[in-house]
Design a protein around this ligand. Structure first.
Ligand code: SF4
Ligand code: SF4
Length: 119
């Protein structure tokens, strides 16, 4: 016990080594990979992002102009951001808000006469 006393005294009067979350939040650094955001107005539904995604998190239906993100599969690698020719996907530095259930994000582009699905 006596041999441990210096350590005990030191730990009693020193600052904790860990951050006191949630009172003290971690500062996000520039270029933090938080989550991706998609802009359907810029997308041409070329499907490149879904082909490049290593986690199979993006599904693109060119004919129906739908873009679907399963954010729970996304590993925030930014491959889709870097390869999108239309800059329709952005990396946002904030973490995604925690959720109670898993959902996918479905986006639809404007339909034209040629791409309207048959009734
Ligand atoms: S987000 Fe970019 S890469 Fe993906 S389908 Fe749209 S234009 Fe193509
Ligand atoms: S950031 Fe990476 S894992 Fe996430 S959707 Fe884009 S390519 Fe897929």
């Amino acid at each position: 016990m006596a041999v441990m006393l210096p350590n005990i005294m030191k730990n009693l009067f020193s600052r904790p080594e860990t951050r006191l979350y949630p009172a003290e939040e971690r500062i996000l650094y520039p270029h933090t990979r938080g989550h991706i955001e998609f802009d359907a107005d810029k997308c041409n539904f070329c499907t490149l992002c879904s082909k490049k995604c290593p986690a199979d998190a993006i599904k693109v239906d060119r004919a129906n102009k739908t873009w679907i993100l399963d954010s729970y599969r996304c590993i925030v690698c930014a491959a889709c951001v870097e390869d999108c020719p239309k800059e329709a996907i952005q990396m946002i530095e904030q973490w995604r808000t925690p959720a109670f259930s898993k959902t996918v994000e479905v986006y639809e582009g404007p339909k034209t006469e040629e791409t309207q699905p048959e009734a």
